[in-house]
Design a protein around this ligand. Structure first.
Ligand SMILES: O=C(O)CCC(=O)C(=O)O
Length: 302
């Protein structure tokens, strides 16, 4: 059984830029997602450093794996390729994307108990500006998420505000100097809920999350989507065929819809930073909001 967003939810999404839907993913479906996630992590015991699929912490060792993120799970798993087009997600998003739905990216942030790293404040839009901003991400908590284990924090309504600079020293770093958004951060709310809770957040919404110092893991699956008529300004990964292959509902078009949302191009990249790791990318931010970097570096030494 699937459902679409109610009128009330659509109004809230428009006003706040996010939604939290408890119980959205049935237990049986969630169990399948968790089983496939765990299967993909098995390889962590055989690798000494990060791969195209796994982003690992500097303290990672094959005998004591520390995976921060599974990257682009839809490219490495048939299960997740299909899950990108999961009807329960598609039917929810349908009224938000009239021209069809294209997957933009996928990931599973692991935020393991006691060590899970923070994600500094950012807007996804800064990473992938498009011709219009019908761009969003759904998240599914694979574990119960409480204020203690690093919930995603969001600032309601910020999707209608400025697009902030995500550069440091002239390079794109995927994070905002917290001094620039002090007021916004002070009114942020945590998105919590039991495992199976589904979140939707607009690509321009300000968000971030603290490290997980609790004894409970907080795994969070994210799938980002753009309306089929929203075309990326900064890259067309995989050429036109690859781009069109990512359509999960609807048909290809060659006429993007042009709107006028504010944009800033996420370039240049610092040459010594690993492309595809938000953690490495954000590590060049001088003024951090979440204070785990020191503890994290300490852990990496031990
Ligand atoms: O895992 C989180 O809490 C933050 C997710 C996020 O913003 C990201 O990975 O881009």
């Amino acid at each position: 059984m699937t459902r679409t967003l109610t009128r009330q939810e659509l109004d809230r999404y428009d006003r706040d830029g996010y939604l939290v839907i408890h119980g959205a993913v049935p237990q049986k479906r969630l169990a399948g997602v968790i089983a496939e996630t765990e299967r993909m992590l098995d390889v962590a015991y055989t690798i000494a450093s990060g791969t195209a699929m796994l982003d690992v912490d500097p303290a990672h060792k094959p005998e004591a794996p520390r995976v921060r993120r599974i990257k682009s799970q839809h490219e490495h798993s048939d299960f997740f390729r299909a899950f990108a087009a999961e009807p329960l997600i598609m039917d929810l998003l349908d009224p938000l994307m009239a021209s069809g739905i294209r997957l933009h990216n996928s990931k599973i942030n692991m935020k393991s108990a006691g060590v899970g790293e923070s994600v500094e404040w950012h807007q996804d839009w800064a990473f992938y500006p498009h011709t219009n901003d019908d761009v969003l991400a759904i998240g599914i908590y694979l574990d119960d998420c409480t204020p203690e284990n690093g919930p995603m924090m969001v600032t309601p309504g910020s999707h209608k505000g400025p697009v902030y600079d995500h550069h440091e020293g002239g390079y794109f770093c995927g994070a905002i100097d917290p001094d620039l958004i002090e007021d916004e951060i002070s009114r942020a709310v945590p998105l919590t809920g039991p495992a199976g809770t589904l979140t939707i957040h607009h690509a321009r919404l300000l968000h971030g999350s603290a490290s997980n110092r609790s004894a409970k893991p907080r795994r969070f699956l994210l799938q980002a989507y753009a309306a089929v008529d929203a075309w990326p300004l900064a890259d067309l990964a995989g050429g036109l065929d690859g781009f069109n292959d990512k359509i999960v509902r609807g048909a290809p078009i060659l006429q993007p819809r042009m709107a006028a949302p504010p944009v800033r191009i996420p370039l240049p990249l610092r040459p010594d930073v690993i492309v595809g790791s938000i953690y490495d990318n954000q590590s060049i931010l001088g003024n951090r909001f979440f204070d785990d970097r020191e503890q994290h570096d300490q852990a990496a030494l031990t």
